[in-house]
Design a protein. Structure first.
Length: 385
């Protein structure tokens, strides 16, 4: 017994399932507008497939196709752009696509030649999709998923270029380019549409999920206010024996409570962010220990070199002026430095740096104190004994 399967319905079912999956992931993440755009793309393409199959010979069906094709490419381009952090398409391009789509509807109303009527709305889709492809191509760090997405987008652009002169065949109308029969073109078009759209959707979903996982990892390792390593991540580095010698620099913003009390917590947060930006400009691992206190791990640096780094940071922060604080409230920070040897406990050196920091606070603030190294401490203890 021969079983006949309508390929259009298969593609419709596949695209509808992808639309549902995209929507469910979007709701599960409670964000991710790229997924919402992707779901909208699948709805437009699956609806387009049904209209082409059952209503393409009617004026209303052609009007629907004239709207659905550019809408699908608009949604797809937004999904691609947002999945790679490029932002939405400019309003100018959207306006151009809208004008081209409107022109197709006008041509339909005046009973223009099918090829001429189909050309503007297809060009509208090209404008939207090409913008996303170029934005993806310009991205320097695409990774495997990004490169795969770019390849599929280029294949889709090739398919679009081939489809433009042949599109009237899908509407049961003649075309000035009779390269193949209407039946053959419909079969090729439906097959390629299903494969490329499914591939694009899967790559976009994979990229969005990968971006979300990277975001969760970043937030688990970073301080929300400053973007520096958080206390937990920094603690993991402190608990391992040092792979190489280096130094720890402990930093604390002077009289920070006064800044908060006098100018408000929002100004205090901005001061912390400014100090963190200065710390980021120096090589090493920088973390926020808590409040207005920070730690800087400098592997491969001596205590003297770490002290010079700390003093450079101190000078830069002293020169910084917050608009709300002004010259009347000069900002400053105090620093404690301690060295550690290869294989030694970095946390132990951090405790020594913390003692040196409080020595800097006691002796007038806005200065750098370097803790004596362990050999000097041992000699002092032996001499005292």
């Amino acid at each position: 017994m021969e079983i006949s399967v309508d390929l259009n319905l298969v593609v419709f079912g596949l695209l509808s399932a992808l639309a549902i999956v995209s929507g469910l992931i979007h709701m599960a993440l409670r964000k991710g507008s790229a997924l919402a755009w992707l779901a909208a793309t699948m709805v437009c393409v699956s609806t387009e497939t049904l209209v082409l199959r059952y209503a393409s010979h009617s004026t209303l069906g052609v009007a629907a196709i004239s709207l659905l094709v550019p809408a699908a490419y608009l949604c797809a381009s937004q999904a691609i752009r947002l999945s790679m952090g490029a932002g939405v398409t400019s309003r100018r391009l959207v306006a151009i696509a809208a004008v081209l789509t409107g022109l197709s509807l006008v041509l339909l109303a005046v009973d223009a030649v099918p090829f001429v009527q189909c050309l503007p709305f297809q060009l509208a889709g090209v404008v939207m999709f090409l913008d996303a492809v170029l934005a993806l191509a310009r991205q320097k760090r695409r990774g495997v998923l990004g490169n795969g997405l770019l390849v599929l987008c280029c294949c889709s652009m090739t398919g679009i270029a081939i489809r433009i002169p042949m599109f009237p065949l899908l509407l049961g109308q003649p075309t000035p380019f009779p390269i193949m029969s209407a039946e053959t073109f419909e079969r090729v078009f439906v097959n390629s549409l299903g494969v490329l759209t499914t591939g694009l959707a899967l790559f976009i979903i994979a990229r969005i999920v990968a971006n979300e996982m990277a975001s969760y990892r970043y937030r688990s390792e970073r301080d929300d206010l400053t973007g520096l390593l958080n206390r937990r991540m920094l603690g993991g580095m402190l608990d391992r024996p040092a792979a190489t010698a280096g130094a720890v620099v402990m930093c604390d913003i002077d009289r920070f409570k006064t800044i908060n009390d006098r100018f408000g917590h929002h100004v205090g947060d901005e001061v912390i962010q400014s100090f963190a930006a200065i710390l980021k400009g120096h090589a090493g691992h920088v973390g926020r220990v808590g409040g207005e206190e920070f730690a800087l791990l400098l592997f491969g640096a001596s205590s003297q070199e770490a002290g010079e780094t700390a003093d450079a940071i101190r000078c830069r922060f002293q020169q910084f002026q917050h608009p709300a604080v002004g010259e009347a409230g000069t900002l400053s920070a105090s620093f404690g430095v301690a060295a550690f040897d290869t294989g030694a406990s970095v946390r132990s050196a951090m405790r020594q740096a913390d003692k040196a920091l409080y020595a800097a606070k006691r002796t007038g603030r806005n200065r750098v104190c370097i803790a004596p190294d362990e050999a000097t401490v041992r000699r002092g203890m032996q001499h005292a004994a």
